[in-house]
Design a protein around this ligand. Structure first.
Ligand code: F3S
Length: 298
């Protein structure tokens, strides 16, 4: 059995930076909490909790004076205002790629343009982007965008600024761009899919196409991990999505000659290593049991 690990598997620049900022705050002995999980990975949240970094879900839960870490997905304007009112210093770990989108949409709205966000409406990054506009529109894909554009004829003449969730797939974005270009008379588009995401997805697709099975490692809440699993499923007959090595059932990968491993942007290296090591160990077992089976059958 051949194991191949995608080069881009694991932490992206924005996630690495956010986790490092939280670690540094803890090392300095600052009383600090994260507003929402800093990244979508339970093991990392548990690790930060062990360093003394607490977790709150809403700005109102922050004790005045406690430093609040803004997660890599960012927050809307209201959260910043609420924290300032409570006198909480900020450790802003918003990924710079996401901050750039906040800037684009708030400037667009100030200029009287309609902001259209392509992404998952319930994802925290999208909610945060929407939180920098008064009346944004969020569409998951081209069907929802088409339904809105075709709903009333005057919508085609609105000044529209369109951005994407950083972890959208290129195919979803390209379809939306094609439709918007065809329908809108006053359109500005910003391809805000992050390069790290694009690279990770392309590598995962190439790996899936040449492997008999792919193991995708990442949190269940992680949108970019979900996208990786979907892309791999389109190209590979066997895709297994796990959060930790303990979930890996070796029997599901039995007799696969080549297995690819990839991981979402919020999956730490220690979990990738744990999975890789387990698979390397299982590899020996699988080959031995396969040899045993062969012996019996001769
Ligand atoms: Fe930032 Fe891209 Fe990672 S937007 S958080 S570098 S996936």
């Amino acid at each position: 059995m051949k194991l191949e690990l995608a080069k881009s598997a694991g932490f992206c620049y924005g996630v690495r930076r956010a986790v490092r900022m939280a670690e540094q705050a803890a090392e300095q002995g600052r009383a600090c909490v994260m507003l929402g999980p800093i990244i979508h990975n339970n093991s990392v949240i548990e690790y930060l909790a062990s360093l003394g970094v607490g977790l709150i879900q809403r700005p109102e839960e922050a004790e005045p004076g406690t430093a609040v870490i803004i997660r890599s997905h960012g927050e809307g304007r209201a959260a910043y205002e609420a924290l300032a009112e409570r006198g909480c210093p900020l450790i802003d770990a918003t990924c710079p790629n996401v901050s750039r989108i906040h800037q684009i949409v708030s400037q667009a709205e100030e200029a009287g343009r309609k902001v259209v966000i392509i992404g998952s409406p319930t994802h925290p990054e999208v909610a945060a982007i929407a939180g920098w506009c008064a009346r944004p529109l969020v569409f998951e894909g081209v069907q929802a965008l088409s339904d809105w554009l075709e709903g009333e004829p005057e919508r085609r003449n609105l000044p529209v600024t369109m951005v994407s969730q950083t972890t959208s797939t290129q195919i979803i974005w390209d379809k939306c761009v094609e439709k918007a270009k065809k329908e809108c008379t006053n359109l500005k588009i910003f391809d805000t899919i992050c390069n790290a995401t694009y690279k990770r997805q392309s590598e995962a697709q190439a790996l899936a196409a040449r492997s008999d099975a792919v193991v995708v490692i990442g949190g269940r809440e992680s949108s970019n991990t979900k996208r990786l699993a979907e892309l791999c499923e389109a190209l590979c007959p066997k895709v297994v999505w796990i959060e930790r090595a303990a979930e890996l059932e070796p029997s599901t990968l039995c007799r696969k000659a080549s297995i690819g491993i990839t991981a979402g942007a919020s999956t730490p290296e220690w979990i990738i290593k744990e999975v890789y090591d387990k698979m390397s160990d299982e590899n020996i077992e699988i080959e031995e049991s396969f040899a045993e089976m062969l012996e019996k059958s001769i």
